[in-house]
Ligand binder design. Structure first.
Ligand SMILES: [Zn+2]
Length: 293
């Protein structure tokens, strides 16, 4: 097995704070030096970029992230949008669909909170197990913002569910599904469902690697190899989606480089062909998130 020379992590949170609603301080990532050490290790493995999916209401902090990018020597891009209930800020309830769209468009075209740094993705916009009214409103606003700007969209699915319903909303607005990623689909544990999504032209993410309390990695490796064998490797992106301090290597967690130094060999063993890694770890994310072939 040989991993690509350049790698993009498709779904991370350089700093995030979900500790309020989750009532757990572990869900706040704000240890700058610890993250810098993890990201530097990624850079040594060939990671050139990280698609940061932290948005409004998740504790997004552009200055912090850009300082991190400089220190770690990786490019980090930003997201606009809103996560899911109960993490939606008050504006999601008080503003109209069009006003929420306008906020996203402004962050994509002018910059985030006066920094002049633009968001490059609408993400991660999420649904609960049952899609709530306000979550659906965010999805419609995001679809409008995509129509106006052409920006890619990344969604959060709760344990992989409601992907088909998410696509229905996007299709009703004519969203280009080749620029959409549905996250956490590896948690669905349902290969037929994964293929039903992929057959519509959307991309899916295997981005909960190492979270074996949800699904064992041997299963992830098996699904991935079956999907690659059927030619779906051009529609899958990968990441760790680390949101807890306890997942860091220095706290006894798997650490960010686990995807590359532990999972990739396991998946290779399970049958993911050598030719697929360039797509899975670099090309697909480059095409979707940076509009490059
Ligand atoms: Zn995430």
């Amino acid at each position: 097995m040989k991993l690509p020379e350049k790698i993009l992590y498709a779904h991370e949170h350089t700093t995030i704070d979900l500790s309020g609603p989750k009532k757990n301080i572990d869900c706040r990532l704000d240890d700058f030096d610890a993250t810098a050490a993890e990201y530097r290790r990624l850079a040594e493995h060939g990671v050139v970029g990280i698609i940061d999916q932290t948005n409004r209401g998740m504790g997004r902090n552009v200055a912090y992230v850009q300082k991190m990018a400089a220190q770690a020597g990786v490019e980090i891009t930003h997201a606009t949008g809103y996560y899911k209930e109960p993490f939606l800020p008050p504006e999601c309830y008080t503003l109209t669909e069009q006003q929420l769209c306008d906020i996203m468009v402004k962050e994509l075209t002018e910059g985030i909170e006066g920094t002049g740094v633009r968001a490059t993705v609408i993400g991660e916009i999420g649904t609960s197990k049952d899609i709530t009214e306000t979550e659906a409103k965010v999805f419609r606003a995001a679809s409008r913002a995509h129509a106006e700007t052409g920006a890619p969209i990344c969604t959060h699915t709760t344990l992989g569910t409601r992907g088909l319903e998410q696509l229905e909303i996007f299709k009703s607005f004519g969203v280009d599904l080749s620029r959409v990623v549905l996250s956490h689909i590896d948690l669905s544990a349902d290969l037929d469902y994964m293929k039903r999504l992929l057959d519509q032209g959307v991309n899916i993410a295997f981005d909960t690697i190492g979270k074996c309390n949800y699904q064992p990695d041997v299963s992830r490796a098996d699904w991935l190899s079956r999907l690659c064998a059927e030619g779906y490797d051009t529609q899958i992106v990968m990441s760790m989606d680390i949101t807890r301090r306890s997942n860091f290597a220095d706290r006894g967690g798997v650490g960010y480089s686990y995807l590359l130094d532990t999972f990739a060999p396991l998946a290779s063993e399970a049958g993911v062909p050598d030719r697929a890694w360039e797509n899975l770890l670099y090309r697909n994310a480059l095409r979707i998130y940076k509009g490059q072939k």
